[in-house]
Design a protein around this ligand. Sequence first.
Ligand code: ATP
Length: 282
Amino acid sequence: MQQQVVAPDTRPEAAQPESPIPRGDDVFELADVSCSYGSFTAVRDISLNIPRHRITALIGPSGCGKSTLLRCLNRMNDLVPGTVVGGTLHYNGEDIYGADIDPVEVRRRIGMVFQKPNPFPKSIYDNVAFGPRLNGFRGNLDDLVEEALTRAALWDEVRGKLKMSGLALSGGQQQRLCIARTLAVQPDVILMDEPCSALDPIATLKIEELMAGLKDDYTIVVVTHNMQQAARVSDMTAFLTVNIDDEVGERTGELVEFASTNHIFTNASDKRTEDYITGRFG
Ligand SMILES: Nc1ncnc2c1ncn2[C@@H]1O[C@H](COP(=O)(O)OP(=O)(O)OP(=O)(O)O)[C@@H](O)[C@H]1O
């Protein structure tokens, strides 16, 4: 892979590489977060703050725990039996693993879009209306569906065929439908786990443009294997790696560096980050 060349970034937080992490308005504050599946620790000691109305990318080699960490953010890992999350993870100042927190409400406020588009085998309309109906939405559902599809940049393509099955759409359209479905329950954060890896370059570009438009109103955290995509879409980047303990044969994901994307791609502080983004490793 060629060395990444990223245009200089003029955003205020990126202009100060010596203090690259914007302070203040953070949606998530993670302190020493770990996640184990049974006796296997997949990620350990992750401490970072994720800023509001920014796109944060999680990058790193296969198996370093990017998806695991992403799923910790909305308690999706609760659905995997035997999973234990340690450390503290605050969302808007609240411990989302606290005893009085409802994980279903957490997942409503922190939505998720998966690698493979996964519309329900229902009409386009019913896909988007599904979550609001489940939540007992009492407003104008037609307006809500139109708004979600518009925000997901799909309305113009489907406005005349809302009764058609969501499964009849192209892959890129299906992924935008899944984004509309997520937006329809009015979340605060959108987690995206390699949302473009099953899409062609044109559909990928559409999703990237859509992400850029959404960050005015939402915080986005995206896992990606695509370095160009991380450099193009994200404001902040966390680089994780796998620490291999030869004695016990364990491979645990650890955070190497978290900074503005501009800093990570032009002036990484850690050689492991630079080696990864320039393709010398991973
Ligand atoms: N449900 C699970 N049960 C047991 N181990 C799991 C589970 N999910 C993930 N793991 C393990 O946790 C580690 C981290 O996996 P994870 O999928 O989070 O990594 P990743 O960085 O997202 O990988 P990739 O880039 O290949 O998708 C891996 O060793 C994986 O095998």
